[in-house]
Design a protein around this ligand. Sequence first.
Ligand code: SAM
Length: 482
Amino acid sequence: MAVYNPKSLKAEEFINDAEILETLEYADKNKDNVELIDSILEKARPRKGEFGYTCQGLTHREASVLLACEIPEKIEEIYRIAEEIKLAFYGNRIVMFAPLYLSNYCVNGCVYCPYHHQNKHICRKKLTQEEVRKEVIALQDMGHKRLAIEAGEDPVNNPLEYILECINTIYTTNHKNGAIRRVNVNIAATTVENYRRLKEAGIGTYILFQETYHKESYLQLHPTGPKHDYAYHTEAMDRAMEGGIDDVGLGVLFGLELYKYEFAGLLMHAEHLEAVHGVGPHTISVPRLKRADDIDPDTFDNGISDDIFAKITACIRLAVPYTGIIISTRESEQVRTRLLNMGVSQVSGASRTSVGGYAEEERPHDSEQFDVSDQRTLDEVVRWLMENGHIPSFCTACYREGRTGDRFMSLCKSGQILNCCHPNALMTLTEYLVDYASEETKKVGYKLIAEELKKIPSEKVRTIAEQNIKDIQNSNRRDFRF
Ligand code: SAM
């Protein structure tokens, strides 16, 4: 039997079933242990030090106790601390992105995904480079600067060479003042050599959702195709890091398995990356299973309520304070509004999950990956964020300045975020307002920027940021960054 070892490179040792089951038992036994819960909450709280805030985070066991706890006042406290942590490390900034679907050809048999290869009625599409260019222009014309590219797994139709060609097309397409400055990649698990090539192509984060950490369920949910290999999939992030990618994004598809099991597995995965590579995941995504062509989420038994979903998100925030949390348009405006105050730091906006969807006037449904709940335009999403006190940020500076992996984490921990990320967010928001926003959004935005500039502690940085903002407003100069 595999023995739990976070430093091991073997999937079944760092995501260890026996350790997860013991964790769940321990969490259940202690879910009313107020003394223990209070001590865990105390440990999770951000502390003000010489250089700003620091946070210890929580182990998978501690965080699982909080997730199991059903005492209403303690849950409220979890939410409050999640917000404190978010504000301490990310301020009120929310990073914006959009997914770009390149191809829905897929050889896997994932039973929850409409791209599964037995699905004969979904329209299969793969973008040509000219179509990629059109999609990118449509995304740039909305104001996007950061994309997550998505593709099914198909070595013949979507080989790595195709993905690399698309990345090159995306980075070299510039329409008016538009530019995609960071391409994150969500494609199937691959080899160290391929990860190296992705790194050389200048990708930002490599994202791969585990879907489920429960091995037996994993094998049933992925009955055929290369993705059936649990160990190869689970060990992908280690290969990505070996290939030189140091920003990796984890995720679980909630609804497939019991959420407490997934939560413990997810945090064990984060602990493993920290133990082996010295840096935890850059982001964690929290997708929930959605209706899609050939997929009825009601046929899966483990759907979670909005309340549980909120609790999971807040507990992740407490456990891994320096990791970004991403919430997509799978969720409605109402759910997103609630979660934004519980630690989420990145949201997608105006997403279309169909291949070639952005260049179409109307939202197409024939090749969609799943139903999008939040169907607002980017302008509406940006205004909504600002009206709720958040700063939508189109910043991509960190990885372009080499602040990835542990260097990004050091920035987070050094208290310099207000002198760096904050002005970057305000400058990129100004770009958005000048180039793409409606008059109403501009009004809300300029007022917010004037207020937020005052929060920059360094007078020198503030003066430069103010000057850059004037330059953006009065000229075509763009892409200022600290
Ligand atoms: N094909 C790649 C892979 O194998 O990892 C990733 C690309 S896929 C387009 C991105 C993610 O969408 C999957 O990892 C899965 O978690 C999610 N997804 C699939 N079907 C879904 C559904 N019905 N509802 C919500 N999300 C879904």
